[in-house]
Write a protein that binds this ligand. Structure first.
Ligand code: HEM
Length: 116
């Protein structure tokens, strides 16, 4: 069970890497929203929800932290949706939306590591 949980954590980290990596590429490029960012978010979301169950561990999960991470993830999803709609209409993403996506992604990784 423990090894399976670690495998799901690995998938969760791949989701984070794809979302954040795709965002960093755009931060140094055209500041657009790409499909890869949404795929990364989806992968992190599915694996994160699976990890929110208390299986394969011998300690208590911090559900307040997980709730906050879920809210942050939903906000990132909304920003990706609104940003890509604006991008389609006007050809560019409002800077506040673009930067918030990266900042909130980093915030969720920081919450995972720093809030025990
Ligand atoms: C953009 C969204 C997210 C990002 C960037 C993210 C990032 C991370 C990172 C970097 C870790 C590894 C921390 C470590 O090694 O201990 C982690 C672990 C974890 N994440 Fe997320 N996460 C996200 C969303 C979520 C969501 C929505 C949930 C569930 C509601 C969740 C649940 C967890 C759990 C339970 C762990 C701990 C795994 C374990 O040690 O058993 N994550 N997350």
């Amino acid at each position: 069970m423990e090894i399976l949980r670690h495998a799901v954590v690995l998938v969760h980290l791949v989701g984070f890497a794809v979302l954040f990596g795709a965002w960093v590429v755009e931060a140094f490029g055209q500041r657009r929203i790409t499909r890869l960012q949404s795929w990364g978010l989806a992968i992190a979301a599915v694996a994160g929800l699976a990890l929110a169950g208390p299986w394969g561990i011998s300690y208590e999960l911090n559900y307040v932290k997980l709730g906050v991470k879920l809210v942050v993830l939903l906000i990132i999803g909304a920003l990706l949706g609104i940003g890509s709609a604006r991008q389609r209409k006007s050809g560019s993403v409002p800077p506040a939306i673009f930067w918030l996506i990266g900042i909130l992604t980093l915030l969720n990784a920081a919450l995972a590591l720093l809030w025990r």
